[in-house]
Design a protein around this ligand. Structure first.
Ligand code: SF4
Length: 460
């Protein structure tokens, strides 16, 4: 079911587009899309979800967004902004003029474009190559034109299928992404698609498990075991391809800094780091997890890295400048530094008899528990963790960004009713579920939780 609010363009620009530019260097250009993917979330939202349709942005609005961006970070085009319906950037009637405007305004900044590839003709690739510093995130999904048509109703499926080769020919960096639909297209199609991206030199390939809501059509639904099957399938394929493959969401059962893959021609590859290596220390200081290892190597100049490979210690040095990419590809576990800062208030407030109740998504729950165990080896007695089910969206949705107040209130009430929880001193809710006004995807404030449960509530 598709539903969007008829809000004025200027309000969407002020409240969604400009904050996304400021916070994440994201340039939302249009909600127009030229295909209709079976898995597209826009067609499965329950009634009441606030989504906005953005008309193609004008040059003046683009200039305002660019003025808010960090020129040291890539300008990100085609990625979703939570409440704005995502679209295909190449459908923008003045896309080339906008790219030239970005290049004039930010001459040394990388332009990162996520596209479904169906308008990525040789002429378009030539233009991007001439523009320079363009990185393409190609949502290929199926390399077989017929199956891609079946999946995405793409009239230009053959153009997209040819895009990996075209990008390689024009020397444009390409990262591939594939929404895995083996229950619809079969495992062989997934393998062929990943191999096609690998053959034409994709730097990385992300394989996504699609989410479906309680309103999704029958053909989209799959058993929860598919998540594990997909991980096993990609694990087997890793040994047959050069390109690092990641699966999202990852399966996180520990905070070991395991290397998932290494991009070719990067400092990590030149230092001889391999997939499966475990990073133990950076500059002689032990690492706390994948995110910690990744961030410290990224930030360091010429870092010395201690690894464990097949049980044996190995030390390497990466020849890179501070802030330059290392070429390591790793799953995201949890940013312990950020997590610790965010829950500091909860830790200070909670006590054994009246704990702070930390609400997490079902997906984030294992990593949050691991983080608490790492930060408080003696036990975080004053903090209890409560995973919240995404009842509102339902289906396979388990992400914190899609939790709503109704879900959180139901989880807290059930916990209190079952007498599993002592009455909390404070409920800490995930900030990612709320916009800058503190409103969830249905427009309710997180403060409504205080009214409903009679408890102090804080965002973290
Ligand atoms: S390309 Fe993106 S916006 Fe367009 S239909 Fe597919 S999922 Fe939806």
């Amino acid at each position: 079911m598709s539903e969007f609010n008829p809000v004025s363009q200027s309000k969407i620009v002020e409240e969604q587009v400009l904050p996304a530019a400021n916070r994440g260097n994201i340039l939302a250009l249009t909600s127009t899309c030229n295909v209709r993917c079976l898995f597209c979330s826009h067609h499965q939202n329950p009634p009441g979800v606030e989504t906005y349709r953005l008309n193609p942005l004008g040059a003046e609005q683009v200039s305002r967004a660019l003025a808010l961006m960090d020129p040291e970070k890539p300008v990100v085009i085609g990625e979703s902004v939570t409440r704005v319906m995502e679209g295909e950037p190449f459908t923008h009637p003045a896309f080339r003029e906008i790219l030239m405007l970005i290049r004039r305004t930010l001459p040394r900044t990388t332009i990162q474009i996520t596209t479904n590839g169906s308008l990525l003709t040789a002429e378009a690739a030539g233009f991007l190559a001439a523009l320079g510093r363009v990185v393409i995130y190609l949502s290929l999904n199926s390399a077989d034109p017929q199956r891609r048509r079946q999946l995405m109703q793409d009239r230009h499926a053959a153009v997209a299928a040819a895009a990996p080769a075209l990008l390689q020919k024009y020397g444009i960096v390409c990262h591939g992404s594939v929404v895995a639909m083996p229950h619809v297209l079969g495992w062989a199609d997934l393998a062929d698609t990943l191999r096609r991206l690998d053959r034409y030199g994709a730097s990385t390939i992300r394989v996504f498990l699609p989410g479906y809501t309680r309103l999704a059509p029958r053909e989209l639904r799959f058993p929860s075991s598919l998540w594990i099957e997909l991980h096993r399938f990609v694990d087997r394929l890793r040994s047959q391809v050069r390109t690092p493959l990641t699966v999202e969401p990852p399966l996180i059962s520990d905070l070991q800094a395991v290397v998932t893959g290494v991009m070719a021609g990067t400092p990590a590859a030149e230092a001889g780091i391999k997939a499966g290596d475990v990073i133990c220390a950076v500059e002689c200081l032990p690492v706390a997890g994948r995110v910690d290892a990744f961030k410290r190597i990224l930030a360091a100049a010429g870092p010395v890295v201690d690894l464990e490979r097949e049980g044996k210690p190995v030390t390497v040095k990466l020849h890179k400048k501070a802030g330059d990419t290392s070429g390591l590809v790793m799953d995201y576990d949890i940013d312990l530094e950020d997590f610790s800062r965010r829950i500091r208030y909860a830790v200070a407030t909670g006590r054994e008899d009246r704990p702070a109740l930390l609400l997490t998504s079902e997906l984030g729950h294992p990593a949050v528990r691991l983080a608490l165990a790492r930060l408080f080896p003696g036990g975080a007695g004053g903090v209890r963790v409560l995973p919240v089910k995404n009842r509102f969206f339902g289906g396979s949705i388990k992400a914190a960004g899609l939790l709503v107040v109704e879900d959180m209130a139901a989880a807290v009430r059930t916990c209190l009713d079952n007498d599993r929880c002592a009455r909390p001193a404070l409920v800490v809710v995930p900030e990612i579920a709320f916009d800058f006004r503190g409103r969830d995807l249905t427009g309710r404030s997180y403060l409504d939780l205080r009214e409903e449960c009679g408890l102090a509530v804080r965002l973290a």
